[in-house]
Design a protein around this ligand. Sequence first.
Ligand SMILES: Cc1ncc(COP(=O)(O)O)c(C=O)c1O
Length: 436
Amino acid sequence: MWDFKSDPRFAGIKPFEKKIWLSSPTMHGDEQHWVDEAIQTNWVSTVGENINEVEKQIAAYIGCKYAVALSCGTAALHLATKLAGEKLYGQARPDAGTLAGHKVFCSDTTFEASINPVAYEDGEAVFIDTERDTWNMDPAALEKAFEIYPDVKLVVLAHLYGTPGKAEEIKRICDAHGALIVEDAAESLGAKYKLNGKWVETGTLGDYNAISFNGNKVITGSAGGMFLTDRRENAEKVRKWSTQSREAAPWYQHEEIGYNYRMSNIIAGVIRGQVPYLDEHIAQKKAIYERYKEGFKDLPVRMNPFDAEKSQPNFWLSCLIIDEDAMAPMVRGEQDYLWKHEPGKSSPQEILEAIAAFNAEGRPIWKPMHMQPIYRMNPFITKEGNGRARSNAYIAGSGADVGADIFRRGLCLPSDNKMTPEQQDRVIEIIRRCFR
Ligand SMILES: Cc1ncc(COP(=O)(O)O)c(C=O)c1O
């Protein structure tokens, strides 16, 4: 570890006494009231008023007919993916998931919970490269993927860091190929998107949609997630699967595989206290993004981009990407890394170490799925076609792998909505000095 505190570049900067987090829970007090009420009335399990209420509140906020409260976003994504698989390929057998023998096109730069449900359902994820305008699934790469695998009927689309992806183009491509969409809006709750000229919420853009209330999200239940849909039969099926797929018999009777995925009424109490603050949290996150943008305007870096015409992100995480010619040497292995300072330049690992030395938390960009050891044999498609095995000892250069490039040059900045402007100024100053 470099000793940043004795590095003259950082002279006069004091460490934060209390850690500045990437994105931590922000409680307001109302949560306690609803949790206490659940305990006092003895409704502490997976049935109760808090659950009913948050399902109604979120459906109303999102503008969908049904929200089904589940234990986490991963559970919501699993059941969304399973519903899609069942619709496309029929009911699962106990020993084989709904996607067995089928490929699914998946966002590549995302958290792995988006796409692991494809594996839970025994399908094969085909990773689609990322575009530079919003850091989400590249419609041109998706189009290529349908050329290579015309039989694919399912796409898993995530909105990275709260920035909506190019959903209109992706929906058009999916419609043309008769493919369904599972939308992962875990990071983008409250982000808006202009679809065919009309503003809608993320979480309404897919055929099966999921959100998360994980502790680091824009609002939290400490955990929790929801499946969102306009179709009653889908909501009912997810409710059944999430409560062990019980049939209406006096004993435990099962015609389908079940899961213990329902949300608890205690968790729902925390969410009930948080929902009224969703817009306030988004406004705070937006202000953080804008302050970073201003603070970095003369550095060789850019913020994570979004399409201002077609989207209003929830600004969950602010990120930066270093210009190629300002990248100092940095190499990453599977679990370790090395960086070297060069005047006027820096690297994500140097910046992350520097802010950590002063007690602030950042994070590397999510490492793309096609680069993950577990998925190293899965296909990866870029806008030029097959993204695997393109290097050749006798041919110079290779096609673009956008996700790998953003991972290499980018990082997530401390984006906690409780960070004060003064604290953020200090984070900005530390980063500025990394480039000295
Ligand atoms: C993109 C994405 N999808 C899915 C999840 C999973 O949500 P949860 O942690 O609620 O299971 C997360 C975050 O945790 C996420 O960032």
